[in-house]
Write a protein that binds this ligand. Structure first.
Ligand code: FAD
Ligand code: A2P
Length: 405
């Protein structure tokens, strides 16, 4: 009997962010209202979808004699047990036969190939992922939940501190945790997982207390003319001191802080995208404030009132961090985005880009990705650097990271 290795997506930890479907060059990934799935007849194991997936849900494989059909996968709440499927009566059998010979060779090539593979900074610590799962979550206790946007701000952003009790939860700056809100959705299915970046450093919000912080924006939208709020963000922002909640993860194995002394870190964010950068900045402040490498933060918000951690950020010493707080809706001032300020700091950014110790992290609004890339391109053009070559090399070397949502 010949076998194929089938590529599958774990519905339990998939956050339905569409990244895999967008990334797949062959349109092998598709979805319905329930699940994202991979069509075995189309997938050629190029692995392009693997590293952009925020949870690792995409990185699942089963040895099967006949592949699971996409209809079967649409019906799953969790992955089937690892076992051999020997039924010959599903629609996928022919597809399985068509790909099986090729599969072993392609897989071998894919594992050797560099293309599409995101890597962490070389000096990042080893990340642990998926230590706590839906069946084995960590029960955390809320010890603080405060609004950190101004009274007049439209954005309701909360700083939430979770005590982890006696449990080991090994988290690194840049990683996220998973929250599954209690209850069920309109169809009676358990709510799906949402990710939240950890905004405290690895040794906790308060050093050596087993806790961590999150930075959560209450999502609001209108439905049939009525105001509604996001299920998970509303749940988190509404928690009170003493409440318990189930946490999974950690997640993320490439968007990680470089640890070496010379590392220059350029952090570009909007809104809650600041969360991982608060963690990285605090790590540097606690462990190595006099590091040879520099920190540069470009942070965009509508106004100072809408910018999370505005007060604490202003108090950080200039020797620790080069801050650019950029506002788009200041009365009497033209709209400015982070990418505009990047251009204004062209010479400094070019100097940093010229160093192989420089790492770029972009986090927050998906919409800023393109503007940031264009700004880097313009900066390079102005300063005799080749952005296409440089950005490709930085990605290959784990020096350019994007996490947008
Ligand atoms: P949902 O209930 O999922 O709603 C989301 C949107 O869907 C709504 O705005 C609305 O437009 C639409 N919608 C939902 N239901 C309906 C309906 N019935 N009818 C019409 N429209 C509807 N967020 C943070 O705040 N802080 C973080 O640090 C953070 N980190 C993240 C890290 C990663 C790697 C990723 C991928 C995401 C991160 N997020 C973060 C985003 C977070 O995971 C959630 O996506 C976000 O909080 C919204 O979830 P929700 O359950 O509140 O909203
Ligand atoms: P804007 O005033 O145009 O909304 P938000 O408050 O919605 O979370 O957004 C955070 C900041 O990001 C705001 O200043 C917002 O400006 C800005 N922003 C919106 N779109 C982009 C974009 N494409 N690139 C960079 N910044 C953006």
């Amino acid at each position: 009997m010949s076998l194929i290795r089938q590529h599958l997506i774990d519905p339990d930890i998939c956050i339905r962010c569409n990244t895999c479907e967008e990334t797949c060059p062959r349109q092998a990934v598709t979805h319905n209202d329930d699940n994202y799935v991979v069509d075995a007849a189309i997938c050629r194991y190029c692995m392009d979808c693997i590293s952009p997936c925020p949870t690792g849900a995409i990185d699942n494989w089963r040895m099967v004699s006949a592949p699971y059909t996409i209809e079967q996968q649409f019906g799953w709440d969790e992955l089937p047990e690892e076992r051999l499927i020997v039924t010959g009566e599903n629609d996928g059998e022919a597809a399985g036969e068509a790909v099986e010979d090729e599969a072993a060779q392609i897989l071998e090539l894919a594992h050797r190939a560099e293309g599409g593979k995101a890597v962490p900074p070389f000096s990042a610590a080893h990340p642990y992922v998926n230590v706590y799962t839906r069946d084995n979550p960590l029960v955390a206790t809320v010890t603080g939940n405060v609004r950190i946007t101004g009274d007049g701000a439209s954005a309701d952003i909360h700083h939430i501190i979770l005590d982890l009790g006696a449990a080991a939860f090994p988290v690194l700056e840049g990683q996220s945790i998973g929250i599954r809100p209690p209850g069920t959705d309109e169809r009676g299915k358990a709510h799906r997982l949402r990710l939240y970046s950890v905004s405290s450093p690895r040794d906790g919000e308060r050093p050596n207390h087993n806790n961590l912080a999150l930075t959560v924006k209450r999502v609001v939208y209108e439905r049939d003319g009525r105001p509604c709020e996001g299920v998970a963000s509303g749940y988190l922002c509404g928690l009170r001191r003493g409440d318990t909640l189930k946490v999974t993860g950690p997640f993320g194995n490439t968007f990680l802080m470089p640890n070496h002394d010379q590392a220059n870190i350029i952090m570009i964010c909007t809104g809650t995208g600041a969360a991982p950068f608060r963690a990285m900045t605090e790590r540097r402040r606690r462990r190595n404030p006099g590091a040879a490498g520099s920190l540069m933060l470009l942070f965009g918000a509508r106004t100072p009132d809408e910018l999370p951690y505005f007060g604490p950020l202003m108090k950080l010493p200039d020797s620790l961090i080069d801050r650019e707080l950029v506002f788009s809706r200041l009365e009497g001032k033209p709209k400015e985005y982070v990418q505009d300020r990047m251009r204004a700091r062209s010479a400094d950014i070019a100097r940093l880009l010229a160093s192989e110790h420089t790492f770029v992290f972009v986090c927050g609004l998906k919409g800023m990705e393109q503007g940031v890339d264009e700004a880097f391109s313009a900066i390079c053009e102005e300063n005799d650097l080749d952005w296409p070559a440089l950005s490709a090399a930085m990605r290959r070397n784990g020096r350019y990271h994007i996490e947008t949502y």
